[in-house]
Ligand binder design. Structure first.
Ligand code: THU
Length: 128
């Protein structure tokens, strides 16, 4: 198991998911090898919930990181969990065509690129 996925599994332990009981961990790696982790944080006002990927991304951005290599996303679900639509948009805008490494507690692993997860994305190129 990669170090990045280990970090995502460790972050998942901190998930605050009392409403869905669906715990997610993420670990985002910068091109210079730093790792920023995140877990999902739910709220009684459900719409305020923040996904694990976004927590990792906001931590990284707020610490000054701007260049990213890959992200690991892990859950306990039998089918591997790709980032939700909102997270895909944000990952594309901040990280571009990075690999997304998905894993679960059964040991299943799959890597997919953001280009495949969000084809023909809307981004700053569309604003000109
Ligand atoms: N969730 C994530 O953190 N990341 C994903 O990729 C999918 C969904 C969270 C949001 C919510 O807390 C729970 O999983 C169920 O949707």
């Amino acid at each position: 198991m990669s170090t990045l996925m280990d970090a995502a599994f460790a972050a998942r332990e901190n998930a605050h998911a009392p409403f869905s009981n669906f715990k997610v961990g993420a670990a985002l790696e910068t091109t210079d090898g730093r790792i920023f982790t995140g877990c999902n944080v739910e709220n009684a006002s459900y719409g305020l919930t923040v996904c694990a990927e976004r927590v990792a991304l906001w931590k990284a951005i707020s610490e000054g990181a701007r260049e990213f290599k890959r992200i690991a996303v892990v859950t306990g679900a039998h089918s591997l969990t790709p980032p939700c639509g909102a997270c895909r948009q944000l990952l594309w805008e901040f990280c571009g065509a990075i690999d997304v490494e998905m894993g679960n507690l059964d040991g299943a692993r799959e890597t997919i690129n953001m280009k495949e997860l969000l084809p023909r994305a809307f981004d700053t190129q569309n604003l000109v």
